[in-house]
Design a protein around this ligand. Structure first.
Ligand code: ZN
Length: 201
């Protein structure tokens, strides 16, 4: 390790135990797993990562530390700044890959709400609007979230046949940069970089 100052490796080491046998404070692990806002080169938020990962990116020169609201953190080999916002030094051109149709993505799109009765629940099933046995496609436009009660009631029929109405017309979800922040705590220091408070439309 002599002469090696880079912290990436050490920080990545989950045990957090240095070769010198020092135990990090309990809080170190908590700091290392704290969320960090990652901005693209053009300052568009593209990800929420962890302090651990951010320190590695910064130490490898792949990102610059923009803001530190946490002070320092002791890694195995060094004391380094603990970022809360970093910015990549290169441009990620397509940071939001098209979403793959999956149960989870459908539930997210439909906000965990049954598309027939409007009940918000974690106990959801996938419903093919036009049933598969009627050659309904497995596509964004034909798959919705339904509670098990509605799914049972609909029972292999179209909404018309079952006399049920869809709340909204199912669509392919648009890429949404702020989806990365769904179900996350937004730190105050991130807000200046999250332009949804700007009136730009
Ligand atoms: Zn329902």
């Amino acid at each position: 390790m002599a002469g090696q100052d880079q912290t990436g490796q050490s920080v990545a080491d989950k045990s957090g135990l240095g070769s010198n046998g020092h135990h990090p404070e309990v809080s170190t692990d908590r700091v290392l797993s704290s969320p960090v806002l990652v901005l693209n080169l053009n300052y568009v938020p593209i990800n929420v990562s962890t302090v651990r990962r951010a320190i590695i990116l910064v130490s490898k020169g792949k990102a610059e530390l923009l803001e530190n609201h946490r002070g320092e953190v002791r890694t195995v080999s060094a004391i380094v700044e603990a970022p809360s916002i970093i910015r990549l030094v290169y441009l990620v051109k397509r940071p939001f890959a098209p979403r793959k149709l999956s149960k989870k993505e459908i539930f997210l799109r439909d906000q965990y709400t049954c598309q027939y009765c409007g009940k918000k629940t974690q106990e959801l099933t996938l419903d093919h609007v036009v049933p598969r046995r009627q050659k309904g496609a497995h596509t964004w436009e034909n798959v919705v979230a339904a509670c098990s009660r509605c799914n049972l009631r609909k029972a292999g029929r179209t909404p018309e046949e079952a006399n049920m109405r869809l709340k909204t017309q199912p669509r392919v979800p648009q890429p949404n940069p702020y989806r990365i922040l769904q179900n996350r705590t937004i730190l105050d220091e991130w807000r200046p970089y999250l332009p949804w408070t700007d009136d730009d439309d």
